[in-house]
Design a protein around this ligand. Structure first.
Ligand SMILES: [Zn+2]
Length: 160
């Protein structure tokens, strides 16, 4: 695990302040911030953690995320020297990747776009939840890219 991922997800902030890059998690449910810290500090995902996730998010998204977790496809965090970062999360069959922006909690998948446009306040998809869990479990690989490569990743996903 590199220092840069650490900085992105848990910047040097006062311990009584919520992590700003976890703002999207807190917007879904504040208990997810505490859960993240607990999983991270114990480096394990227990039945109790899963029970909390099920209670907050419901069965469907948790089940789909655990499927992705079991698949073992790697989640990669790409970061520029200037500190802009994004995640690539494999699709269910591992044939292509979705792009996630960590600070805003945006995912390029269809399910996420649907919840955005339907005004659903629980804006979370299995890819966001996978990044959340993989990050808490310190399993994300970091790769350094140039600013130009970063912009290309964004262009490929969001610019028509
Ligand atoms: Zn998604």
């Amino acid at each position: 695990m590199s220092d840069s991922l650490e900085c992105t997800l848990l910047p040097q902030s006062h311990s009584d302040n919520p992590d700003p890059s976890l703002g999207w998690v807190e917007a879904v449910h504040p208990v997810l911030v505490f859960l993240y810290r607990d999983i991270r500090s114990t480096n394990s995902l227990t039945d109790q953690h899963l029970g909390t996730l099920l209670g907050v998010l419901g069965l469907a998204v948790v089940e789909e995320t655990l499927d992705l977790l079991d698949n073992g496809f790697p989640v990669t965090y790409y970061v520029t020297p200037q500190g802009q970062g994004l995640y690539h999360v494999p699709s269910h069959r591992g044939r292509h990747f979705y792009t996630l922006l960590p600070r805003t909690g945006l995912c390029s998948c269809e399910a996420f776009t649907k919840t955005m446009t339907s005004g659903d306040s629980q804006q979370i998809c299995k890819h966001l939840l996978l990044v959340y869990l993989q990050s808490a479990l310190r399993k994300i690989t970091t790769q350094f890219i140039t600013l130009s490569q970063y912009l290309n990743f964004l262009m490929n996903e969001w610019v028509i």
